[in-house]
Structures are given as C-alpha cells and as structure tokens.
Design a binder for this molecule. Structure first.
Ligand code: SF4
Ligand code: SF4
Length: 133
C-alpha cells in the first residue's frame, strides 16, 4: 500500500517530465491512477510507493515545481457517529477503501480511495464527506 495524492499544476507550470523528475530525485515509484486536463490545469491522481520519508520528499519536489499537492487521506471525512452501518457504501466502493468489521461496523481507509464519490453521493445519512481540494 502507498500514499495516494492529488497534484494540481497550472498548464503554464506543467510539463510532461515533472512526475519522472520527482520519481528520480526522491527514489520512489509513482503509479498514476487518473489524469484530468482542463484548459487551465492538469490534475494528477496517483499512488506513491515508498516509505514515509521518501514519499514526503516526492511531495516536496512536486511543490517546489509549482504543484499544489494534497494527500487523499486529508480530503475525505468519515463520521462513525452518524453511520448507521447500512453497508451501501461498502457495496459501491470500487477499491478496498471501505472495510466492514466483524461486528458489521464500517471503517474507511482513505489511502485506498480514488475519490469516485460513490460513498459521498449515496450515504443516506451523510456520514462521509468530501472536504474538497
Ligand atoms: S470515494 Fe469511492 S473509492 Fe473513495 S471510499 Fe468512497 S466509494 Fe470508495
Ligand atoms: S452508506 Fe453511510 S450509513 Fe451506510 S454504511 Fe456507509 S457510511 Fe454508514
């Protein structure tokens, strides 16, 4: 398991070699999961495969190159107090980010999340929310 991030660059700052440069300088592996291009920005979602120190170095390098970098774990919030354990999110999650415990309570591992928003859009009690980027 790695650390999932979203890196946002303006089209002016972005160049194709940015990720490769950060990988080489930090000694990490980066798996790109999703790329979104708008007329003004490039948004890259991916997973850093490295220990914490190297992952943070990778993030620092992207920031030095002008990127805004957010860790996915800080972009989503789960409130177990609100959750009624209906299991809907668990059945809709395309990754292993939602875990059903033996007692049928639910917990989230946002390091596995790909921000598909299935849980956010379908939870009947708004127990999970997207904090934005
Ligand atoms: S946003 Fe999608 S991937 Fe992330 S926890 Fe919710 S259902 Fe799973
Ligand atoms: S959909 Fe909402 S209430 Fe149902 S298990 Fe998931 S977080 Fe809990």
């Amino acid at each position: 398991m790695g650390k999932r991030i979203i890196a946002l660059f303006t089209s002016k700052e972005y160049r194709d070699s940015i990720i490769q440069e950060a990988v080489l300088k930090s000694g990490t592996i980066f798996n790109t999961l999703k790329v979104e291009t708008t007329p003004t920005h490039m948004k890259i979602m991916g997973e850093i495969k490295a220990n914490e120190d190297k992952a943070q170095e990778f993030i620092r390098i992207l920031k030095r190159m002008g990127g805004i970098v957010r860790e996915l774990g800080t972009m989503m919030k789960f409130d177990p107090e609100k959750c009624v354990a209906c299991g809907l999110c668990f059945s809709l999650c395309p990754t292993k980010a939602i875990i059903c415990n033996k007692d049928f309570s639910i917990r989230y591992d946002f390091d596995e999340c790909i921000l598909c928003m299935n849980c956010v859009n379908n939870c009947p009690v708004n127990a999970v929310s997207y904090l934005g980027d």
